[in-house]
Design a protein around this ligand. Structure first.
Ligand SMILES: [Zn+2]
Length: 720
């Protein structure tokens, strides 16, 4: 759908960007009060004072000039590719890199970002008046009394009514699939005339060409050496930075009143709803339910209704017998490299029936118990106040009713929390459905996932509950065991989804491409209707072929795991340059794929990749009531992370999360989208400006290096 052209802007524009890039890090942390008063005419006043590591000399990249030129050209091409995919799909692309790619770009204004819950927020003052009565809710009262609050940009986002309907009018848009991708038409008439809306997306051939380009790029010898050297340089530079500035960083953290690691916002960026409680919590919950609801019919077995008591009788168990050991949901040394054994751990006591009764949204009791336990987890998060989670719920693509049922579950049981947002995980299970004759071809999966979404976007009144529920859905995840063998071929001979009737599962790239392409056209429509776009945030690079990480690079806003980047320097460097978020779960990796001491997280963090800590499955991996803190705690102990490192990880987690712009403004500071120090507010993030300045200057330096070289080449060819 789009070609690949590198057109180069004249020298002066890019050099202006380079100059500005160097200047803008002198901007200070700007707090809510003085953000308008700041005049940046005296940079020196706001320079965070620290010792900088700089390399001087003619050519500082450490490789022959021609290698540098070649490598730079390829890296810029790769960045340009990602930018196109992100722009088309309404996902975020790193602002700093975008500025280098397109120096003439008009900066999108801070306040114009699309957000979720915008509507509810703007009605906040109205609600405030409504609720100023004797039965004012406790949280609202706290909100008013809390002196942390600044009227405009409070630290704590105010409460709102979660299921209030968003006012989005119905339109006549219709849609149909064109070789696996839904295209949208203005109305029936346009569809009959075959005149689709101009919602661009990369077609399959373009994607295949781009994939191949990227695959040859990551295998290129000289480029590999170049990237490897740059990454090593970044590690060493960080060591020096810490050596020289550690005390200053610590001192500036100490100087901030009230704020410390415990009361900065953190988001668990990768956690599955079905395993978001720890094993002790699940056990307690099962015991409690068995005591209070023994005679409730919970399932049908062989046509016969079964009460909870009977379910346990059929297993010869009483409440007294139940222990954590018997529950047997924890991963142990036997699950290492055995994803099948790990999957079986999702069944308490090895019984799939218990999983069905307690951990599913769609069962005989309409997910009543599951909703209850999720709400308990959410209230623990609320109590901790500063911890938040992005829980994954499944949509399998088995039937078109799945979405409506899920939305009904959430609304009927009122599963909502300010601290929780949803991601939808699509498991790659086509082969299983096909084997069990539940589906005939792959297109049916796409229909089941996307038709309801297009319908509800065009006509919110057609699925009112889904429309409400989607307010809190921030994107898609794609999950399964990546180490399963797959057919790597994805080329122009690959069958389109409606002809994919094979018993074999399509490969990772196929799943991700069709999720991406359909999300792209859906997001066009959603944005047109004033709704927030949905992101793609797949599990990627946990195991299996490195091509998965290429897909992630092109198609997704950020990824979970990314372990295998350690083996692919070119991709790792690109993930750095494009500042792609990586949600890492070292405890989960330790039980499944990679021992803790070999985990690349500390290395990624040192180099400046945007990494965050996440728990993945507290039910299987964690022991305490605060799994996210457990994750931070172990990482800090094992890798000797400083308080500054921990706060940086936490800030990253908020930045890469799907919480709304307005919420992030409260959590990170009103200017958080600005680049460099200007975007940091130490009184909220507890990350020293020195650290932020170091990261920003380093990124600018790397990008300048590459773009300068490409620019010089372009100029020399101009004059020939
Ligand atoms: Zn996971």
């Amino acid at each position: 759908m789009f070609g690949f052209i590198g057109d180069w802007k004249p020298l002066y524009i890019i050099s202006r960007v380079l100059e500005e890039g160097k200047k803008s890090h002198y901007e200070p942390s700007i707090s809510a009060d003085d953000r308008d008063a700041i005049v940046l005419d005296d940079h020196e006043t706001y320079v965070p004072h620290f010792q900088r590591v700089s390399i001087s000399g003619e050519d500082t990249s450490g490789v022959p000039l021609e290698d540098l030129e070649r490598a730079s050209k390829m890296l810029v091409d790769a960045l340009r590719l990602r930018k196109r995919y992100m722009n088309l799909s309404h996902q975020n692309f790193c602002q700093t890199a975008a500025r280098f790619l397109d120096p003439t770009r008009v900066e999108r204004k801070h306040g114009e970002k699309q957000t979720i819950e915008e509507d509810c927020w703007s009605k906040r003052s109205a609600k405030y008046e409504d609720e100023c009565n004797p039965c004012m809710s406790e949280s609202l009262l706290n909100y008013i009394l809390d002196d942390d609050e600044v009227e405009e940009h409070g630290i704590h986002p105010p409460e709102h009514q979660p299921w209030k309907i968003q006012d989005v009018p119905d339109t006549k848009h219709v849609f149909k699939s064109n070789r696996g991708v839904f295209e949208v038409y203005k109305d029936e008439d346009a569809m009959n005339k075959n005149n689709p809306c101009d919602f661009q997306y990369p077609d399959m051939d373009t994607f295949i060409t781009d994939m191949n380009l990227m695959c040859s790029l990551i295998a290129d010898g000289p480029l590999k050496s170049f990237c490897y050297r740059r990454l090593s340089y970044l590690s060493s530079k960080f060591q020096l930075h810490v050596l020289l500035n550690e005390l200053r960083e610590l001192a500036s953290q100490k100087a901030v009143p009230h704020r410390d690691f415990y009361n900065i916002r953190k988001v668990d960026t990768h956690i599955h709803a079905a395993s978001c409680m720890n094993q002790k919590h699940l056990l307690r919950f099962i015991k409690k339910t068995l005591k209070n609801n023994a005679d409730e019919v919970v399932t049908i077995s062989g046509g016969q209704p079964m009460t909870l008591k009977q379910v346990f009788q059929s297993m010869n168990l009483t409440t007294y017998d139940l222990t954590v050991d018997m529950l047997d949901v924890h991963a142990d040394r036997n699950t290492f490299h055995r994803f099948d054994k790990f999957n079986a751990k999702y069944n308490p006591i090895g019984e799939s029936r218990l999983r069905e009764v307690f951990l599913k949204t769609d069962n005989y009791i309409n997910g009543k118990y599951f909703a209850r336990i999720i709400k308990e987890v959410a209230s623990d998060l609320e109590e901790s106040k500063y911890q938040n989670a992005e829980l994954r719920l499944s949509i399998y693509g088995k039937s078109k009713e799945e979405w409506d049922k899920l939305a009904k579950w959430a609304i009927d049981s009122n599963v909502y929390s300010d601290n929780v947002r949803w991601l939808i995980q699509v498991p790659r299970l086509f082969d299983i459905f096909k084997l069990n004759k539940m589906l005939d071809n792959f297109q049916q999966i796409l229909d089941n996932i996307f038709v309801p979404l297009f319908e509800v976007t065009a006509k919110p009144s057609s699925h009112p509950e889904l429309h409400r529920f989607l307010q809190y859905v921030i994107g898609f995840d794609c999950v399964d065991d990546e180490s399963k063998p797959e057919n790597p071929a994805f080329d122009s001979n690959t069958l389109p989804p409606d002809q994919w009737r094979d018993e074999e599962n399509p490969n990772y790239a196929y799943y991700l491409y069709y999720l991406f392409a359909n999300l792209t056209t859906l997001n066009h429509l959603r944005v047109l209707k004033g709704l927030h776009p949905l992101n793609l945030r797949p599990h990627c690079g946990e195991a299996g072929p490195v091509q998965h990480l290429v897909c992630g690079y092109l198609l997704s806003e950020n990824i979970s795991h990314g372990l295998l980047l350690r083996k692919v320097p070119v991709l790792q460097y690109l993930y750095y340059l494009a500042q792609i978020g990586i949600a890492m779960s070292p405890l989960s990796n330790n039980s499944l794929f990679l021992n803790y001491h070999r985990n690349p997280l500390p290395e990624y963090l040192a180099r400046g990749l945007v990494v965050s800590l996440s728990t993945d499955d507290p039910l299987q991996f964690h022991f305490t009531k605060e799994p996210l803190m457990e994750e931070y705690s172990i990482a800090a102990q094992v890798w000797k992370l400083s308080s500054c490192d921990m706060c940086e990880l936490a800030r990253n987690s908020v930045l890469m999360s799907g919480f709304s712009h307005k919420v992030k403004k409260c959590w990170l500071g009103p200017n958080y989208t600005r680049e460099g120090v200007a975007g940091n507010d130490i009184s909220r993030t507890n990350v020293p400006d020195i650290r932020v300045a170091f990261r920003y200057e380093t990124l600018i330096e790397e990008l300048s290096n590459i773009f300068k070289s490409v620019l010089q080449q372009a100029n020399s060819t101009d004059y020939q």
